[in-house]
Write a protein that binds this ligand. Structure first.
Ligand code: APR
Length: 244
């Protein structure tokens, strides 16, 4: 059996990684997400954008995968599992998932915003969150930016093509912890449904996708995912009977 998993910030929230949309009390709560993750925001205040991503980089290193990430990795014992994630953390990999495609880049990769060279040099420590930090400079004089896909930027071709391939060839798609509003990632479950692939949404809250999926599981990722696979045949049967 081939399973495609599309994950979003909700699966990592239980590991302690706040999302823009959840982080109402954090240091950056007063900033529009667009200011922190767009090329325009970067050009108007690279020190602020760099501080935000450097803080998240250090934060993610301190947290651990949760039962949701671990369940997805454990499915590899029974199925060919491909994880397509919008998350820029590495918690799926650290839980043991081997096929992971990052649609929105990674908090652990950096490149020059002028010449595009990768950067593997030192990064400042950040014992306390700080609102502005100077980004490192490339040898060419450009500024080093996180290798993350910002609003308005194109998704990397390789991960996108691999994700589409995983979705269209899947027997089952599980969509977990995403508000399903940011395209083109949000189009992947629609693609699966249009190909007749059953789609199961795991999210405590309804999303724009909820009315169209085959089955909604209104629970958190860490409570739903560990028990999900054995229950799925029966849950899908019930969901289809209800629709018939
Ligand atoms: N388990 C499952 N789902 C959860 C949990 C949980 N414990 N906690 C929250 N959620 C759900 C929320 O109900 C919400 O629908 O996770 C979703 C998180 O939504 P967003 O914060 O919008 O995250 P995401 O969908 O990943 O955002 C997509 O937008 O911010 C940009 O580029 C960034 O990759 C990101 C993209």
């Amino acid at each position: 059996m081939r399973i495609a998993v599309l994950s979003g910030a909700g699966i990592s929230a239980e590991s302690g990684v706040p999302t823009f949309r959840d982080d109402k009390n954090g240091l950056w709560a007063r900033f529009d997400p667009y200011e922190l993750s767009s090329t325009q925001g970067w050009h108007s205040n690279p020190e602020r954008v760099w501080a935000w991503y450097l803080w998240r980089h250090h934060l993610v290193r301190e947290v651990a995968p949760n039962d949701g990430h671990r369940a997805v990795a454990a499915w590899q014992d029974y199925a060919d599992v491909t994880v397509v994630t919008q998350n820029v953390d590495d918690l799926h990999e650290r839980a043991g998932s081997t096929k992971v495609h990052h649609l929105h880049g990674s908090l652990f990769e950096f490149r020059c915003d002028a010449c595009d060279s990768g950067y593997t040099g030192p990064l400042a420590a950040m014992p306390e969150p700080s609102l502005e930090v100077d980004p490192p400079q490339c040898g060419c004089g450009g500024l080093i930016r996180p290798d993350i896909v910002w609003f308005g930027e194109q998704l990397p071709d390789g991960p996108w093509d691999a994700s589409v391939e995983a979705v269209v060839s899947a027997d089952l798609m599980i969509v977990v912890g995403t508000s399903a509003i940011v395209y083109p990632a949000a189009g992947l479950p629609e693609l699966a449904l249009s190909r007749g692939v059953p789609v199961v949404e795991v999210n405590p809250e309804p999303t724009p996708l909820s009315d169209r999926v085959t089955l909604c599981v209104r629970q958190s990722a860490s409570s739903a995912l560990p028990a999900l696979l054995p229950q799925l045949p029966e849950l899908l049967r019930q969901a289809r009977a209800k629709r018939a």
